[in-house]
Design a protein around this ligand. Structure first.
Ligand code: S3P
Length: 170
């Protein structure tokens, strides 16, 4: 681990398993788990979908950047799960890389669609994951490539993904 690095940061498209894997890692390491979406919801006092609908995506992204900055600068060790769009901003990518070991989770479109279809809370999918996911994946094709490590989770269990991250981080 590089000097000053005390966070493992999970980035990746919606439905790639960031939340589940971050829980396993935090349990294994005995570290705090922080989910930047949860932090945003708590700070704003309303769900993500309401922030998008009432304040717009730009406002959401501004809050997201502030949250990422403060989470990454918090002193203790933590496993940080980020929202799928967090690495879109250069500022966020730099904040993550400065203090974190950044791992990108990838998965096939069909797997992502199956995983997110059950969850109507993602405003960018607008209830049409089947069409929206391939479009967004294409738009974000190289957005996650800045990570220290990239793991294709398509045919892996969450436990296997967590073990692979632990192995790479040691
Ligand atoms: C988003 C992903 C969501 C959430 C918001 C925007 C995105 O997080 O931050 O709906 O732009 O991909 P998850 O990746 O946890 O679903």
């Amino acid at each position: 681990m590089e000097t000053g690095t005390n966070k493992i940061v999970l980035v990746g498209f919606m439905g790639t398993g960031k939340s589940t894997v971050s829980r396993l890692l935090a349990d294994e390491l005995g570290w705090l788990r922080i989910d930047t979406d949860d932090e945003i919801v708590e700070r704003e006092g309303r769900p993500i979908a309401a922030i998008f609908a009432e304040a717009g995506e730009e406002s959401f992204r501004r809050i997201e950047s502030e949250v990422i900055e403060s989470v990454m600068n918090a002193p203790g060790p933590a496993v940080v799960a980020t929202g799928g769009g967090a690495p879109l901003a250069e500022r966020n990518r730099q904040a993550m890389l400065a203090r974190g070991y950044v791992v990108a989770l990838k998965a096939d479109a069909s797997h992502i669609i199956a995983r997110v279809q059950a969850d109507p809370a993602r405003p960018l999918l607008a209830g049409d994951a089947e069409n929206r996911v391939p479009l967004l994946l294409e738009q974000r094709r190289s957005v996650y490539d800045f990570a220290h490590s990239i793991i294709d989770t398509t045919s892996m269990t969450a436990e296997e993904v967590a073990a692979a991250i632990m192995e790479g981080w040691k």
